[in-house]
Design a protein around this ligand. Structure first.
Ligand code: SAH
Ligand code: SF4
Ligand code: F3S
Length: 517
């Protein structure tokens, strides 16, 4: 059965006999515009647009539309005397989206609380990257349902990457019709209107669109930190690595204009921010979607020239990493010597199946070039084990790269098939136990090198931006080195927000201890 019919069948379950004649009429319509579904809720036919993987994959040459976020005056009081709680799953981009959502809600007079029990509005900002995120979110939705039963006026919403998935959209419309708002990654700016409609109409507002996406400027942000800030430099991704759902959930690569980014960084610097992290799924491809010549090297140089104390960027796809970029990191003291350079696999055969477009040798050559020009750089990576058909030999190639690069740290994952991606259809004959064993072996190696790198810092003096009270001891402050290592130091709270020199006294696998000198 094709996808379209699958949805039509899914929704038919919700149509009572009384509506059958109407449905028939609707179905003709559905055949033409196949990403519409209908459900019956409180005796009413609701026509809903649902996300569609085929459409999410389309990439046209059209420039994205850019517009400014605005909130209507009459929506600014909606949240008066009401509280909201938001939980974020996912990457830095999702975290930054949450910062935008919080600010929008506060423009509507909602007030943030730290538990869902205290809230009048609960929002889950979801991630679709692996199956376990999916399970966690639906587990939480189950808990919230109980809360809503006790508190019928509670507004509950889901947003983020998961709801952009066709399968999840269908699951929501099948089993979670009691939700109040569901919106995707492309229409966060529309939250005030969506929420107003949910309150007025007292029924689910399902607003998720599969399209290439726009650029929204002027979005407010309630930032988690007063000292370091995320700055989006681009949205979406056009790389379509065969295992990855992101190009479908986040749309086409859309770079923000350099002037907008620079203005944001200057405002942050003027507000006292010490550090910015330039955000994108593939920041090295920044500007490739512009007509004029403006690449990541131009942007990075100009951001560094604003004089902000620390500049970072994530994530760097090895494919687009240029020599000019390395030179800028090497020659600008405020561009931090820290690079996250995802490997994914060390096997040429698997890299090809993944669509990563580099070989093991090309990756190592790039790695060495960075180390040569930026000798103090710390380099971290992402690795997937158990990609369909990964042999023991392929896995050994991955271990071989880890032994060559001796990463400062690595995020390691077991391959998780994402419906609609090419890799989900590839034959996978590796058992779960084999995959788990490989992950275990890989982690042992990664941890060994992480500890070695940290040990080498004992006795050295490193700059640390102290950010907050340490999670392990309230008499200590925690912060990160230029090379992105977590350090705990004994200090008075007045040092929070300052970059201080710290002598490292003790090294662990995941963190360092030190004293201010
Ligand atoms: N844009 C970044 C990666 C973003 S996703 C890049 O290309 O480097 C973060 C990491 O999640 C990826 O690097 C990858 O290692 C992992 N990942 C993505 N899809 C996955 C999947 N289907 N199964 C397991 N891990 C996955
Ligand atoms: Fe996913 Fe690849 Fe894009 Fe990274 S570059 S977001 S792994 S498709
Ligand atoms: Fe997850 Fe979406 Fe980020 S899938 S990793 S929240 S881009």
């Amino acid at each position: 059965m094709c996808k379209k019919n699958h949805y039509e069948m899914t929704f038919i379950k919700y149509l009572s006999i009384d509506y059958m004649s109407k449905i028939f009429k609707h179905f003709k319509f559905l055949n033409k515009i196949h990403n519409y579904g209908i459900i019956i809720w409180r005796n009413e036919v609701i026509k809903m647009q649902i996300p569609n993987l085929k459409e999410a994959k389309i990439r046209t040459k059209k420039d994205p539309k850019t517009f400014n976020y605005e909130i209507k005056e009459e929506l600014k009081e909606i949240g008066k005397n009401k509280k909201y709680f938001i939980k974020t799953y996912g990457c830095q981009m999702n975290e930054h989206d949450t910062e935008n959502i919080k600010a929008i809600l506060e423009e509507m007079s909602f007030e943030e609380v730290d538990t869902m029990e205290k809230a009048d509005l609960v929002l889950l900002n979801t991630c679709a990257i692996r199956e376990n995120a999916h399970n966690k979110v639906f587990g939480m939705v189950g808990r919230i349902k109980h809360l809503k039963q006790e508190k019928p006026n509670l507004l509950v919403g889901m947003c983020g990457c998961m709801v952009q998935e066709e399968v999840v959209a269908s699951e929501i419309l099948n089993r979670y019709k009691w939700l109040d708002i569901v919106f995707g990654t492309h229409n966060i700016y529309d939250l005030p209107n969506i929420l107003k409609k949910a309150i007025d109409e007292k029924k689910l507002q399902f607003e998720v669109y599969s399209y290439e996406g726009d650029i929204i400027e002027n979005m407010p942000a309630k930032r988690d930190s007063k000292y370091k800030a995320w700055v989006n430099i681009m949205y979406g991704c056009d790389k379509f690595c065969t295992y990855c759902i992101v190009p479908y959930t986040r749309g086409k690569q859309r770079s923000r204009k350099k002037e907008e980014i620079i203005n944001e960084v200057i405002s942050l610097r003027n507000e006292g921010y010490k550090e910015v992290t330039l955000l994108g799924q593939n920041v090295n491809a920044y500007g490739k979607d512009f007509d004029e010549e403006c690449g990541m090297n131009d942007l990075l140089r100009d951001v560094a020239d604003t004089g902000i104390e620390r500049v970072r960027f994530v994530t760097s796809h090895p494919w687009d990493f240029t020599d000019e970029m390395i030179d800028i990191i090497a020659t600008h003291d405020n561009v931090m010597p820290y690079i996250h350079l995802p490997l994914q696999s060390g096997s040429d055969r698997i890299l090809k199946l993944m669509g990563r477009r580099y070989t093991k040798d090309e990756y190592i050559t790039l790695f060495n070039k960075i180390k040569e020009k930026v000798p103090n750089a710390s380099i971290t990576t992402d690795i997937i084990v158990g990609f369909p058909g990964e042999t023991e030999e392929d896995f050994k190639d991955t271990l071989d790269v880890v032994n060559t690069c001796k990463y400062d740290s690595a995020f390691t994952f077991i391959f998780s098939p994402r419906e609609g991606t090419p890799a989900a259809k590839m034959e996978d004959n590796i058992t779960k136990e084999e995959k788990e064993q490989r992950l275990y072996k890989l982690n042992e190696l990664v941890n060994k090198y992480a500890k070695e790198k940290n040990n080498a810092l004992i006795g050295k003096v490193v700059p640390v931006l102290l950010e907050n009270v340490s999670a392990k001891d309230d008499k200590m402050l925690a912060g990160y080195t230029d090379t992105m290592k977590l350090v705990n130091v004994k200090s008075q709270k007045d040092k929070i927000g300052k970059i201080v020199n710290v002598k490292i006294t003790e090294a662990k696998t995941w963190s360092l201890d030190g004293e201010i000198v």
